[in-house]
Design a binder for this molecule. Sequence first.
Ligand code: 5GP
Length: 182
Amino acid sequence: MADVEHIKSQLTAHPDFPKKGIVFLDIFPILRNPIAFETLITNLVHHLTSHTIAATPSKKIDVVVGLDARGFLLGPIIALRLGAAFVPVRKQGKLPGECVSASYEKEYGMDSFEMQADAIKPGQTVVVVDDLIATGGSAKAAGELIAKQGGKTLEYLFIIELMFLKGGSKLDAPVYSIVQSD
Ligand code: 5GP
């Protein structure tokens, strides 16, 4: 619990960013503090090894998927600690080679996420990582990309979950978050 409080104490709130009426929660102060960053990674890896992997028939996580862009800061570290592959989900047009794509709703109109077509093999177990879940639209699109390739999403992990938006209810697997915000 002290660990969670330490991580929480590093977060900063920025009213009216990126536009009026939005309070943006910034996770970068965590990364500037090596003890808080280590605590964060340890929390997520401990959860995955003690709960998620323990509850999985294959007893392993094959792939950690990180979402553009802050999921790229967490996912590779977690993947290395688990001995898993890291796979990025990027905004449309950024990845070379054949890609699968899924669209999701943003505040104004739609956007598309892509994953390289051979990144996940059928039957592989996958967890998805990002810094924050709001409406759940981007995480849902990532889940669709994993399902299109025959992967099995075990869980979605976030530093922060905006509880009032109920984004987790859109997803095909449970959410784990360190900080729950109203
Ligand atoms: P959703 O698709 O769940 O509505 O939005 C989540 C995405 O928006 C994530 O990729 C996340 O990085 C970004 N996001 C939205 N609001 C915030 C915020 O207040 N703080 C941070 N760090 N990211 C946010």
